[in-house]
Design a binder for this molecule. Structure first.
Ligand code: MG
Length: 187
């Protein structure tokens, strides 16, 4: 299974959650397969889906899922100690680890070689870290949401991209409808 198949498998699990999605193809795939106002697509901030997701989880009560990538987390490794030391039990970081920088042409990342992001997260102090295979992605996310504990999921999958259109919605539109979704989620 590749990243797009993993994201597709998560859609039935993502119902009321606020979703912050990694820049590039992951956002384009999520937009194509399951666009909704509660999705916030990164359009110019590589590496920051996890940071924005944590911040959002800390300041309001609805559950937040950040869908990130291995290359993106490696770009912003400081995010993991920040997450570990600022626990938000309504936050799940789902790292799609395909061992490649998918959006720029599938160049290999170090997460596909010697570096285990799950072990890095644990070493940073993250208390609930789950590594899973692509076929277990939806179950791992469901378990994380039901645990009501902050969880870092590292989902190993194959590299590879599918043809997917760019997101033509204006960033202000994406922002504004997401703000409304956040307000609705908090009653
Ligand atoms: Mg990747």
């Amino acid at each position: 299974m590749n990243r797009s198949e993993v994201i597709q498998s998560l859609l039935p699990v993502l119902r009321d959650e606020l979703v912050v999605c990694n820049i590039g193809l992951p956002s384009q795939e999520l937009h194509m397969m399951g666009d909704q106002p509660s999705n916030f697509y990164m359009l110019g901030t590589m590496g920051l889906a996890s940071s924005i997701g944590l911040g959002l989880a800390l300041v309001q009560e609805a559950r937040v899922v950040a869908i990130d990538g291995d290359g993106s987390v490696l770009t912003n490794l400081g995010t993991l100690p920040t997450i570990a030391n600022n626990v938000a039990d309504n936050f799940t970081l789902f790292i799609v680890d395909n061992g490649s920088y998918g959006s720029t042409g599938d160049q290999p990342t170090y997460a596909g070689r010697k570096t285990s992001l799950a072990r890095v997260a644990e070493a940073c102090g993250c208390e609930r870290v789950v590594e899973c295979d692509a076929g277990q992605a939806a179950e791992a996310l469901q378990d994380a949401l039901e645990s009501n504990r902050m969880t870092i999921i590292v989902c190993k999958c194959d590299p590879g991209n599918i043809p997917v259109p760019v997101i033509e919605k204006h960033p202000v539109t994406i922002r504004d409808r997401f703000i409304q979704a956040v307000r609705r989620a908090n009653g």
